[in-house]
Design a protein around this ligand. Structure first.
Ligand code: C6P
Length: 419
């Protein structure tokens, strides 16, 4: 399959060295070699702006939110709610109150499984997923279906690693109640046409959840244009802190759902007989939130918007094309994923003949290059590809062509070791 070429004229405007200067960790060395961080699908590095925003809270304003009537609590609450507004605006959510702050995408998807699905699905109902799902958007549905006697069926991929639309449509003809679908595959980088798929699923009467964990960090996302009912993502993959993320949902759905967790902050009035719940979004934010992480995520959103999600996406696309071209030069190497660029994110999973992915990743690491080896929480996808695991390089806004060269050189060196 031929690699699709893209124009490289944004190179002039995208100043990757300037971006890199904002990420202090990129200055470190590993094994005496410059760090080449290519495990961005697992988690991303953090710029000074995010570290400083969190440092500021701990040094200047730290106090529990929504509880104190004193200045510091009010300041921290304002920073937290301001972060929520930024996060909502990033995905063009119509209403920040429908943007629930969570610890990560996994928690977001479990909220939908526990609060929405338990109330709205019953025995015999059909839930549709895809073979591309990360375990966190597969296991909750598979297990939930088992518990209530519902059916969970998945859409396969075609020879070009893209979802089989014929199969999706055949499943929709069975009138599923729910569709759980990833925006971008973390295993092989397929970008799903989520707006089209959502429109079809909604026309068939399904409620739609999109897992945006690998999309929001890398491209412009507009939940209104997609038309889905729920959209989930993690902060740590988008240069924000661990312990941050969001679940956006349609207000009317969130209002009809019971809380996921019970405790402080999610209540309006408690008596020994009963509890009246708080309004959105706090009904779903029981206990002391990781408000410092959320504030850090707000700073990450500011940073990403300053660079521009479209510019980041284009930069990653150019690097992906470059990486695929360079991989094609290597003998005994197979890359997974479509070469159709409009459907391809900056995730390059590959296997090298005669070298187990874990051995390969260990040797690559010795050259200062961080990649992930394993099933990437995609075991059904690995089974489908008929491989036990892959080695995976995943690209982000601070990566450079020289780093791709370092990866390729490290793979060559590993091949020599095993020759
Ligand atoms: N994928 C990877 O290396 P959490 O762990 O909740 O922040 O994100 C879960 C998750 C959900 N959906 C997709 C598409 C993901 O890629 C991930 C996390 C990492 O690919 C860690 S397994």
């Amino acid at each position: 399959m031929a690699t699709v070429k893209v124009s490289r004229d944004t190179r002039a405007t995208y100043d990757v060295e300037r971006v890199r200067a904002d990420f202090p960790i990129l200055r470190r060395r590993v094994y005496g070699k410059p760090l080449v961080y290519l495990d961005n699908a697992a988690t991303s590095q953090k710029p000074d702006a995010v570290i400083d925003a969190m440092d500021h809270v701990y040094r200047e304003t730290n106090a529990n939110i929504h509880r104190g009537v004193y200045l510091m609590s009010e300041e921290t609450t304002a920073l937290y709610e301001d972060a929520r507004a930024k996060i909502a605006s990033l995905i063009n959510a119509p209403d920040p109150a429908a943007c629930i702050m969570v610890r990560n995408a996994t928690e977001a998807m479990n909220i939908v499984a526990y609060s929405w699905a338990r109330r709205n699905l019953k025995s015999g109902d059909l839930i549709v997923g895809t073979i591309l799902e990360h375990h966190s958007n597969l296991v909750p549905w598979q297990q939930f279906a088992k518990q209530i006697g519902a059916r969970y069926e998945v859409v396969d991929i075609d020879d070009d690693y893209r979802l089989r639309r014929d199969q999706f449509e055949a499943l929709l003809a069975k009138k599923p109640k729910f569709v759980a679908l990833t925006h971008v595959s973390n295993g092989i980088g397929t970008i799903n046409p989520v707006a089209e798929l959502t429109a079809q699923a909604k026309a068939a009467g399904a409620t739609v959840l999109i897992d945006g964990a690998q999309a929001v960090p890398h491209m412009s996302v507009d939940v209104q244009a997609i038309g889905c009912d729920f959209y989930a993502f993690s902060g740590h993959k988008m240069i924000g802190p661990t312990g941050s993320g969001a679940l956006w949902g349609r207000r009317e759905l969130l209002e009809s759902m019971p809380p996921f967790l019970y405790g402080g902050d999610m209540i309006r009035r408690v008596t020994l007989k009963d509890t009246e719940y708080n309004e959105l979004p706090w009904k779903f934010e029981a206990g002391t939130s990781d408000y410092v992480a959320a504030i850090g995520l707000g700073a990450a959103v500011d940073y990403l918007r300053r660079i521009g999600l479209d510019a980041i996406h284009q930069h990653e696309r150019e690097l992906t094309v470059y990486a695929l071209e360079r991989f094609d030069e290597l003998k005994g190497v197979r890359t997974f994923g479509t070469r159709e660029l409009s459907s391809r994110a900056g995730i390059v999973s590959f296997e090298v003949e005669g070298i187990h992915p874990h051995d390969l990743a260990t040797l690559i690491d010795r050259e200062g290059v961080c990649v992930r080896a394993g099933h990437h929480c995609n075991q059904p996808l690995m089974d489908r590809l008929d491989v036990p695991a892959t080695t995976r390089a995943s690209i982000y806004l601070y990566n450079t062509p020289a780093e791709i060269d370092a990866l390729i050189a490290a793979v060559r060196k590993a091949q020599q070791v095993f020759a």
